[in-house]
Design a protein around this ligand. Sequence first.
Ligand SMILES: Cc1ncc(COP(=O)(O)O)c(C=O)c1O
Length: 414
Amino acid sequence: MRHDANLTEERPTFVTHLECSITGETYEADILHGLSRAGRPLLVRYDLEGVSKALTKEALASRPADLWRYRELLPVRDSRDIVSLGETMTPIIPIPNSAAAAGGGEVLVKDEGRLPTGSFKARGLVMAVSMAKALGVGHIAIPTNGNAGAALAAYATRAGIRTTIFCPEDTPEVNVSEIALQGADTWRVNGLIDDCGKIVGAGKEAVGWFDLSTLKEPYRIEGKKTMGLELAEQLGWELPDVIFYPTGGGTGLIGMWKAFDELEAIGFIGPKRPRMIAVQAAGCAPIVKAFEDGVEHATRWEDAHTAASGIRVPQAVGDFLILRAVRESGGFAIAVSDEAIEAGLTEVAQSDGLLLCPEGAATWAAYRQALKDGRVSANERAVLFNCATGLKYPLPPARQTLDRHAPLDYSRFA
Ligand SMILES: Cc1ncc(COP(=O)(O)O)c(C=O)c1O
């Protein structure tokens, strides 16, 4: 099979319609949609019986290792609309030394930092931009904490679509530079991501751009869903016991939960599900608060602050979908301090040689905390999501220097 067969071969597609995630009202496929009439996310629905007849595990196994191998469960109809930068399957890396030191069991890290633009946002944005191309969108805007903007800029530029991107002014420098360099009209805003989102929303009328904010269009979730498809396939169609996911807008968590249902419907997995754990930072934990209060919707978190910028999301449109998935799975939501995140990042780098991003380190800190308070046990197989490469963030400086002209005291290196 050709290395690019997933991108070039036509494969049957099975989208039947879209559905409002709160009212169940249906919407026609293949036309441009934002939110539903109820102001809620739209979910893509498939003829899963058709998929089950068209797709076998064996056929999948012979395809090139990128997210387009799941074409039958994805919305893009025509291969010519695929805008790819090489969305490779990401590896699953055990961290046995860190796990043993914490008294834990099997801990696996799904390392999403290997994707184009260095984060899992590539999954959602490659799908949304491919669909925007298919549906004739000419100009896209989004609010971003950095990684989503970087992925959007890259894919939209490749597709010849204009982008305007708004990020909080303290977004990591590398993200802002990356977004601008990849061709987006880039703006720093003196506010948080939801303040940026308001600018995007209000500009729809004024400028005419398409609002591609998290869950405000139906296809980013379909791209993020591939994390669940991939994880299941890589683990031999046996899902782990628990999944720790760093939760901002929650697209990935919602997407994986949807993926598991679709995989069961096509007969690839049974009813067993992992417990889904939504991880947030103590300085911005609206989902944790809503989970603990037993309510269905979260209230905006005021004065949100955390160094894990990807999960600094004071309010999520899909809050009820995150909470629903967490509760249905028997999981929980947990907050960790920035100190625990920083310590976790250092620990995994120094014990297992794996550089996490702060959001990924938050999942490790949450695992450790949950192990301690008994909410996970060492008998459970845990998967942590490291959503971006650690190289995108400021790292602690290394300050040792040597004067090559001075006599060297080699005992210093012994
Ligand atoms: C590195 C990183 N982790 C986690 C998240 C949160 O992802 P989600 O919006 O799917 O909850 C983001 C979002 O910006 C991110 O950049």
